[in-house]
Design a protein around this ligand. Sequence first.
Ligand code: CA
Length: 365
Amino acid sequence: MRKLGIVIIGLLLTACGSDQSTPSAVGTIDAERTYNWKLVTTWPKNYPGLGTAPETFADLVERMSAGRLQVEVFGAGQLVPAMEVFDAVSQGTAEMGHGAAYYWAGKAKGAAFFAAVPFGLNAQEMNAWLHHGGGLELWRELYAPFNLIPFAGGNTGVQMAGWFNREINSIEDLAGLKMRIPGLGGDVISLAGGTSWNIAGGDIYTAMQTGVIDATEWVGPYNDLAFGLHQVAKYYYYPGWHEPGVMAELTVNADAYAGLPEDLQTIIEVAARAVNQDMLDEYTAKNNRALVDLVDNHGVDLRRLPKPVLAQLRRMSAQVVDELAAETELTGRIADSVKAFKAQAMAYHVISEQAYNDARRADDE
Ligand code: CA
């Protein structure tokens, strides 16, 4: 009976293939149809870098599909609030979202691994792990129960440690600190005796100005200048130990994605890869310029976190990551994958990127 069934299906497919006027055998997929999608984001509309990336994505998709897939981009609060993007795309209120995975750490345990891990992978390594080291498969497994398909959607590179109104000379200076810092970095600040807050970007300035928080990290010079954070804090600390290569995410509702013809699915995949790289290029170019502006024109007091403070934070970060790894079978597998990849990447980067960066500096620098 099974053999007969296969023969009949085969004949039907042959029949379809022989008749040029027969519609697509895939059923609901219509190659001529135009799709109008909504993309909700966690960023203010057209915010430099983070907010312009989804606009660039939408533009690329529209042009590559000759207008068959139209994506309308909504800033935070225009269709849904910033922190409801994950649920909105999961439920199909919007077909796509753009944000950062660690905002959803309370919904999908282990999501933080796909945004930033303190003392973890930098941007180059994050992209390598994701696309050639098994990371993307793990991310898709994590988001599958939420009816979401994630894609890398940009990277800021190494961020800044943040804006503080008190000097950080020892780890004790973090005690009692009320700091806007999401994800695993926030867990580390809590471990150090501070309080971590997850506040959407657009609300940070007011939270600092009104004293709801007394420290914040955001991104780096380019984005921090755009929010005017130098107006509400005294000290600007580096390096961004907590966010060494933050990856933005593009999420797609799995049902909406399955309803697209294969060429439009491929266009989404390729446009996401393009935007992912383009955001890193933009930050790499513009952070340099913005830092000069902040220091030279706005008198920002730029400080490096003392080595003993970084050493303590590194120890606490390892504890936080180990605790997350122990939470579920999947967070354990993700943590193992990241750890193994990081060990190899670090060993090689010591003799490649790091050795080169040292070599191009003059001895007196
Ligand atoms: Ca950040």
